[in-house]
Design a protein around this ligand. Structure first.
Ligand SMILES: Cc1cc2nc3c(=O)[nH]c(=O)nc-3n(C[C@H](O)[C@H](O)[C@H](O)COP(=O)(O)OP(=O)(O)OC[C@H]3O[C@@H](n4cnc5c(N)ncnc54)[C@H](O)[C@@H]3O)c2cc1C
Length: 300
């Protein structure tokens, strides 16, 4: 990103929330569950699947964590009632991971049970490195408790990921692989674009060869091409993988992947806590600074 863009993105938190919201909404279905319902219906008509995320992370109280679990259950009910082709993505810090791990497990358990009763699936997103081990441990607890309707996420920028993937292959886990979005120290994370891509491809190979179901989450043309080479092997079937992209990012690429005959799932966040999520998206979007500057200069 050029220095001006960098400056704009790094000072966005100083702008009034109402101003930031205008840009944030391109990545978010809306603030209400009905917004997610409508958007997922539209995506399904375009032969795209969805995973719905109720925005929020790092809650500080048990009350807030319980509210999160009720909201997640409501999404699963809505998916079932409206026969949407969608599942759920959750972040464990939203369910109390940083308050008490057993409390978090019990809180998520309600969500897992509801999903299982509807024949649905819950993906546990991966957050920053302070909770990687705890997130994997809770995932393993659910698998050990017999929940096969859940999956986890591996970040290709983390140096530990190859070891984690070895373990996940043994468990025949369902794994979403992404580059990773949090800012991590070099001691534990790859920093260079090429080394992250190389690790991503290596991990994807391990997962496919290890017969894990994989969600290939990226908007990077280079990685999509590499993934096509890996999945174009005789033993890989359409059920073994899907591509995944974020709502609001590269809809051109989304359409191409579907036209090429692959399954594609769109990550659809909604809710009132859109700020932290959209700030992360802005940092990856080289164009956002231009939109902001234009809006400041034109007053629109
Ligand atoms: C479905 C899904 C789930 C994810 N879940 C997690 C998770 O659980 N944990 C985690 O740490 N990360 C998660 N991520 C984020 C991921 O780690 C990356 O930060 C993000 O996907 C960008 O990486 P990329 O592979 O698309 O490559 P990049 O090189 O970042 O992007 C490739 C191209 O896509 C476009 N692009 C990328 N981002 C944007 C944007 N915000 N706005 C506009 N254009 C953009 C640009 O044209 C860019 O050149 C998820 C991503 C996806 C797609």
């Amino acid at each position: 990103m050029n220095p001006l863009n960098n400056l704009i993105v790094s000072t966005l938190h100083l702008f009034p929330k109402g101003f930031v919201k205008r840009f944030a909404m391109r990545y978010i279905a809306g603030e209400q569950i009905e917004d997610a319902n409508r958007l997922v219906g539209e995506l399904n008509l375009k032969k795209m699947l969805a995973t719905i995320d109720v925005l929020g992370e790092n809650v500080n109280t048990r009350e807030e964590a319980i509210v999160s679990s009720d909201a997640a259950v409501a999404v699963l009910r809505m998916i079932d009632k409206n026969k949407l082709n969608a599942n759920l993505s959750i972040k464990l810090t939203q369910f109390g991971l940083n308050i008490d791990k057993d409390f978090c497990f019990d809180n998520v358990n309600k969500v897992m049970e509801t999903a299982r009763s509807f024949g649905n699936f819950v993906r546990i997103d991966m957050e920053d490195s302070s909770v990687t081990s705890a997130t994997l441990a809770i995932y393993e607890r659910f698998r050990a408790a017999g929940f096969d309707n859940t999956g986890i996420v591996i970040q290709a920028y983390m140096r530990r990921s190859a070891e984690d993937v070895k373990r996940l292959v043994e468990m025949k886990a369902s794994v979403r692989i992404c580059k990773g979005i949090y800012i991590e120290p070099e001691a534990i994370a790859f920093k260079g674009r090429d080394e992250i891509r190389r690790n991503y491809i290596g991990l994807l190979r391990m997962l496919i060869e290890g017969k894990c179901r994989v969600g290939i989450a990226t908007h990077d043309d280079f990685l999509i091409r590499a993934a096509y080479d890996i999945i174009n092997q005789d033993h890989v079937t359409r059920d073994d993988y899907e591509f995944q992209m974020l709502y609001g990012v590269r809809s051109d690429l989304r359409d191409k992947v579907v036209a090429d005959g692959h399954r594609l799932r769109v990550y659809v966040p909604f809710g009132k806590h859109w700020y932290a999520y959209s700030m992360r998206r802005f940092k990856e979007n080289p164009q956002v600074a231009g939109y902001v500057l234009k809006s400041v200069l034109t007053g629109r």
